[in-house]
Structure formats: C-alpha cells, structure tokens
Design a protein around this ligand. Structure first.
Ligand SMILES: [Zn+2]
Length: 166
C-alpha cells in the first residue's frame, strides 16, 4: 500500500482510473474517499441518488441497499462519531432523520424503520443509515444485515421523497 499523502491529486485520480489503488488506500493515507469522490466527478462511487443537500448535511439512497428505500444521512464535515459532532449540526441531523423516517413509512409503506451508524475514524463523515422493514419481514436485528441488493430506481417515490424533504 502506497502512502498517497504527497501525491498530486491528478496523480491519485490516474491511479484510481488505472485501478492501482482503492478507497482503502486513500483512507489509510488520511484522505477522505467521500470528499475525494465529490471533488473528482464521483470517480470512486459514481453518482448517488441524491434526495436532499444543504451546508450541513446530505441525504441519498444507498447504492447497495439492504431494503428498498435504504437511505443515508451524512454530515458534510468530518466527525468521527456522534460524540464529536457540533450540537447544532447534531440537532439538524437528528430532526432531519426523524422526518426522513416518517416519509419512508408514508412513501415506501415501511412498517418500521431501523436506524444505525457505523461512523469511525478521523476522516469519517457522521452517517446515519435508515433501513426500512416491511410488513412481510420479521422484526429484529437481522434487519441490519439483510442481503444487499442492486439499487433499483423508482422515480415516482424519489420525487415524492425529494419534495417532502425539501
Ligand atoms: Zn470527507
């Protein structure tokens, strides 16, 4: 693994394009892959299906969802976890998450919505994941590890979510 800290950004872009390095190499060099992806035309992850964005937070659908409607709400700034986050940003993220959960029930007809966070490390964005549970699924912690599926786009529901969250 190379330490990429002293590499020019365009050199890092080339190494990613030629598949010499991955997001893990960036992370281990202290470079945030999420920010790098944003700054370089989504080179690592492609475009997210964005639902909402402002100066503090961004909300998008997970690319490999564990359930239909699996969403991610992420801080714009880096915070290693909830204990580190500015209290005003924290309040915004929590109240946004409450709305998103309500709208997942309304628009996706989720029976319940599970919440988890796995933020960890100094170049991490604070992220909350919302994973819907549907009426045909059992309740319980297995919902956190449901098999990931390819993302499938439902523009009608996406537009409803966007208008409710705006
Ligand atoms: Zn970042």
């Amino acid at each position: 693994m190379k330490n990429l800290k002293n590499y020019a950004e365009n050199e890092i872009v080339r190494l990613i394009q030629e598949k010499w390095i991955t997001e893990d190499d960036l992370y281990e060099s202290g470079i945030c892959p999420v920010c790098f992806n944003q700054a370089h035309n989504h080179i690592l992850y492609g475009h997210d299906m964005l639902l909402y964005e402002d100066d503090d937070l961004v909300c998008f659908f997970d690319k490999h969802p564990r359930a239909e409607g699996h969403l991610v709400i992420s801080s714009k700034k880096h915070f290693s976890d909830l204990s580190e986050i500015d209290s005003d940003v924290c309040q915004r993220i929590i109240s946004f998450t409450q709305k998103a959960m309500l709208y997942l029930k309304r628009v996706y007809n989720a029976e319940s919505v599970y919440l988890c966070s796995i933020s960890d490390g100094s170049v991490s964005h604070f992220q909350l994941q919302l994973i819907p549970r549907y009426h045909y699924e059992k309740s319980g912690s297995d919902n956190f590890v449901k098999h990931r599926k390819p993302y499938s786009e439902d523009m009608e529901k996406i537009m409803k979510m966007r208008s409710l969250l705006s």
